[in-house]
Design a protein around this ligand. Structure first.
Ligand SMILES: Nc1ncnc2c1ncn2[C@@H]1O[C@H](COP(=O)(O)OP(=O)(O)OP(=O)(O)O)[C@@H](O)[C@H]1O
Length: 591
């Protein structure tokens, strides 16, 4: 299948988007879909599933409309319903469709009704009979029930994207109710990166003699390099500091943690060293979440600390092999619920389906609680045939829970989940390589890391969480009114601001040269036949040199030696001054 077999308006849009040739799933699914087949597709994350169903849906609508005279009232009709599990995904799919429609936007209209606009206010938009509706199942059902959407005679296709997640979010009943509003015959697409027993049930319910595509593009596996490091819960903080501060991983990273408090703990910790991050979690308003992802994709932010708590829960509920949430997690969650400022958004998801662009690395700061969740998290990098890496921290069982304050309840199960991930990856022909490093090399940082960890108290986290949500609610209001009208105003809106400026210790911003360790980047480290104890064999690769003077700049990012913290002021580094003052010669002078 090649794209220029599609309507020329679609082909032009595709070349504008630099979609020169179809991905494997697109090449297989599009011709079958155009031939009218129902499709059940399972393909890896980032393999282009969205276009695999959007393009035939658009193509078919164009063909149907060409056969209807311009003046006929029958031209306007709702012909396709696309159901997705989260609001983010609905925004994203709608954007993709609008991109594909750029040369035929007059012929086909798409509307996203998954947003937070009240149902009544969406009625006028729906009365114009858009050709394609994108919705979460609950929203679609609300409109079908209230007759704002009437499709028994017109619907041509139904898509359920991320089908397993749609079901595990508890939408099964909604889907069954939705079916009662649909015509007897329509084409159906079920798309998912992972297929579960529930999807099998849905297949029986919805699909007629479907084409079942389970696609595995071997090239894609090679694009993702997976590393893991076993360490204590405190050492996770030490290592993340070293990795980000010394830029051992260059480029954009998503750091996954397992709950919202951990999100702010990690943000505040990194903030101590002037490492800026955005947070992404289900408490933030939808507009802010969407804006954060957009800006991250444009390259405005380097680091996102994300939770995928809804996805973790959804995976836990459905995956037989998943570790049960243990009591401690439940009680601590209950406690936190009391202090919660606003409700979590049930229709939030960060690790499923969201198209983060050009992500160098996914870092599982907290190891996920299921193998399925691991697939979706690491699937945020190495997308669309690009290269990417994942680095996962795994806490050995005997070290889990040892440091109460920084402990993550799920760490007790890291080893068990890791074993499942390893098995799952080896079945797919992939491996998780260990990231060896010489702990002695980073010991010098322990003091400042512990200092920073102490500053991130429970109260600080609570305050930060409240403050961030308040400011994001304000941001969200600005975003709501300005999104379309004043795009320039939005440029000034930042989501990575320092939450606790008073706690930031300026000297921690810099890494003194005498602390500079000899530590390899994950890539350099794993590519050599390292000695796990001292990692010496990686020397020839990308070691951060110890006491290297003149090339420090590359470890600190471009701006470090410019302006306020320029080279002349380096003498003011308190750590350095302290060292100088304690030399014997100085002491003599002052006596
Ligand atoms: N034929 C193509 N050529 C170039 N880029 C493509 C092509 N198809 C899709 N892409 C790009 O690949 C990225 C991933 O596509 P998409 O989001 O559809 O993947 P997915 O399989 O739905 O992933 P997930 O399971 O995570 O939702 C997107 O940025 C998309 O623009």
């Amino acid at each position: 299948m090649i794209f220029n077999e599609l309507d020329p308006r679609i082909s032009r849009a595709l070349s504008k988007l630099n979609f020169h040739k179809p991905t494997l799933i697109q090449a297989e699914a599009i011709p079958l879909a155009l031939a009218g087949k129902d499709i059940l597709a399972r393909a890896k994350t980032g393999s282009g599933k969205t276009a695999a169903y959007c393009l035939p849906v658009i193509q078919k609508i164009l063909t149907i409309k060409e056969a209807i005279p311009e003046t006929s009232p029958d031209r306007a009709a709702i012909r396709s319903l696309i159901l997705v599990p989260t609001r983010e995904l609905a925004e994203q799919v709608t954007k993709h469709i609008n991109d594909f429609l750029i040369y035929c936007s007059k012929e086909i209209k798409v509307v996203n009704i998954a947003n937070t606009t009240p149902v009544q206010l969406q009625r006028p938009i729906l009365s114009e009979l858009p050709d394609i509706i994108v919705a979460t199942p609950s929203r679609a059902l609300a409109h079908l029930d209230s007759q704002n959407i009437v499709v028994h005679d017109t619907l041509d296709s139904l898509v359920i994207d991320e089908a397993d997640l749609v079901l595990s979010y508890g939408y099964e009943v909604d889907i069954q109710k939705i079916l009662t509003h649909l015509p007897k015959i329509f084409q159906c697409f079920l798309m998912s990166a992972t297929l579960t027993k529930n999807v099998e049930n849905l297949k029986q319910l919805l699909l007629r003699n479907p084409a079942i595509l389970t696609l595995h593009d071997e090239k894609d596996e090679i694009n993702l390099t997976q590393y893991c490091v076993r360490c204590s819960e405190v050492d996770k903080f030490l290592l993340i500091y070293v990795i980000l501060k010394l830029r051992l991983i260059k480029g954009k990273c998503i750091l996954f943690v397992n709950d919202i408090d951990r999100c702010y703990r990690l943000k505040l910790f990194l903030e101590q060293f002037s490492i800026k991050t955005c947070v992404l979690n289900s408490e933030l308003p939808l507009n802010s979440r969407y804006h954060i992802v957009q800006e991250f994709n444009k390259g405005i932010y380097d680091y996102i600390v994300a939770t995928d708590e809804n996805d973790l829960k959804a995976d836990n509920d459905t995956d037989d092999e998943t570790i049960e949430e243990h009591d401690e997690t439940k009680t601590s969650d209950k406690k936190r619920d009391k202090t919660r400022l606003r409700k979590k958004d049930k229709e939030y998801g960060s690790s499923r389906g969201i198209d983060f662009i050009n992500v160098t690395a996914v870092i599982n700061f907290d190891f996920p609680t299921s193998a399925k969740s691991y697939i979706h998290r690491v699937g945020r990098t190495a997308r669309a045939s690009q290269k990417g890496m994942s680095l996962s921290f795994v806490v050995p069982k005997e070290l889990a829970g040892k440091h109460k304050i920084v402990s993550c309840p799920s760490a007790k199960h890291d080893e068990e989940v890791y074993a499942k991930v390893e098995k799952q990856q080896s079945l797919a022909g992939a491996t998780l390589r260990p990231y060896f490093f010489d702990m002695k090399q980073v010991e010098g940082f322990r003091y400042r890391v512990e200092d920073a960890m102490k500053a991130v108290t429970r109260t600080a986290i609570k305050e930060a969480r409240l403050k961030d949500i308040r400011s994001e609610i304000l941001n969200s209001e600005i975003l709501k009114t300005h999104f379309e009208d004043n795009p320039n105003d939005l440029k000034a809106l930042r989501h990575d601001t320092i939450i606790h400026p008073k706690r930031v210790q300026q000297h921690m911003k810099h890494v003194p040269s005498y602390l500079m360790p000899k530590i390899a980047t994950p890539a350099a480290n794993a590519s050599a036949d390292s000695d796990p104890v001292n990692g010496e064999s990686a020397e020839s690769n990308e070691y951060i040199p110890f006491r290297k003077k003149s090339t420090n700049e590359r470890y600190h990012g471009k701006k470090l030696f410019k302006g306020k913290f320029g080279p002349k002021k380096r003498k003011n580094d308190p750590l350095k001054t302290f060292k100088l003052d304690s030399t014997p010669s100085k002491r003599k002078k002052t006596q």
